[in-house]
Design a binder for this molecule. Structure first.
Ligand code: TRP
Length: 339
């Protein structure tokens, strides 16, 4: 079994990223290890340049992300962790796959529409092409599973279409590219903003107060959860219910932290006197989960030379795999000499 995923080196990572994606990576590393498979994780700096950005900051964020992933439990001895731009095979594959990508499919991407609406100066062609590079990321490694958040569903579908179109067009016998499944977690896939439980928790949210960052200090986490929007039910009702957005979100977070279901989380709070007790329980669980991550992060982030070595070693391993795929793809497409 082989798992691949990519993560943007942008923004500060928040609880939604952790529960929706990063924790799935650690889990994937574990499962792959048990089954003699491989888990591969790519920090996608080349995707980050498709919107306005600052070059020096991109490099910083790449180290931040590497340190955070390791702090969260990715072990470079047990998985492949690398930076996208260190593997030119992926960018070449992106171009080759563009010939089996439908322009109309790219035109339908929600994420392109959303991101292009907020660009002030330039909507880059790279932003439009983003899903092709993402397809190349995945397909270079012939993996079976792609753990991603709910927001990546459409990109993953496109990647699958690209692989199928490539095989139909160029693979005479069987398949050259492997078409993997996505793996979207049920619990924790949609962590909502604490101040506005109708929108997803995100780095671009209007208020900082609605977003718990992974590196927030315990007091900050407590304060944000204390101020979380609930509802005015009197007496308060701690139950998972689509009409109770704020309370359900808190139960979702509690459940995800403790690896139980939201209904079980509600049952544990049967004796609670009010929303204050719910908030305190969530706060304790979040702090307990994030404190070791923050502490390890601070240790790792200080040594950029060590992080750089980890990334370069990961890239060597990644290139070995990607080069094999690329040779077959080039051969099937009639690109370059016969090998
Ligand atoms: N687009 C993904 C995101 O924003 C990141 C990504 C890039 C990715 N390449 C990938 C995810 C390949 C999975 C597989 O989250």
């Amino acid at each position: 079994m082989r798992i691949f995923s990519g993560i943007q080196p942008t923004g500060r990572k928040h609880l939604g990223n952790y529960l929706g994606a990063i924790r799935q990576y650690v889990d994937g590393q574990q499962r792959a290890g048990e089954q003699g498979g491989l888990a591969i994780f790519c920090i996608v700096d080349l995707h980050a340049i498709t919107v306005a950005y600052d070059p020096a900051e991109l490099r910083e964020r790449t180290y931040d992300t590497a340190a955070l992933l390791i702090a969260a439990g990715l072990d470079p001895e047990r998985c492949v962790l690398f930076r996208q731009s260190d593997v030119p095979e992926q960018t070449e594959l992106c171009w080759l796959l563009s010939s089996v990508t439908a322009h109309g499919d790219l035109n339908r991407m929600h994420q392109f529409k959303e991101k292009s609406e907020v660009q002030r100066e330039l909507i880059s062609a790279g932003l439009f092409f983003y899903p092709v590079l993402q397809a190349a990321d995945v397909l270079a490694y012939r993996c079976d599973e792609v753990p991603v958040g709910e927001d990546q569903r459409q990109h993953i579908e496109t990647m699958r279409d690209i692989a199928e179109r490539f095989n139909a067009r160029f693979a005479d016998r069987g398949e050259i590219l492997v078409t993997p499944e996505h793996r979207i977690p049920e619990v924790g896939a949609r962590i909502m903003d604490l101040q506005d439980p109708d929108s997803k928790m995100s780095t671009t949210a209007a208020s900082e107060e609605g977003t718990i960052y992974l590196l927030d200090e315990p007091e900050t986490i407590k304060r944000k959860l204390n101020r979380a929007v609930t509802d005015s039910d009197d007496p308060p009702v701690i139950a998972f219910d689509p009409d109770k957005r704020g309370v359900s979100n808190l139960l979702d977070i509690l459940a995800a932290c403790k690896a139980i279901s939201p209904d079980e989380a509600a049952a544990e709070l049967a004796a609670a006197r009010g929303y204050g007790d719910l908030k305190a329980a969530v706060s304790d669980a979040v702090i307990e989960m994030l404190t070791p991550v923050r502490e390890r992060y601070e240790q790792l982030r200080g040594d950029e030379t060590a992080l750089e070595q980890i990334l370069l070693r990961g890239a060597e391993q990644a290139r070995e795999i990607a080069a094999v795929t690329l040779t077959e793809v080039r051969g099937a497409m009639g690109v370059g000499p016969v090998v």
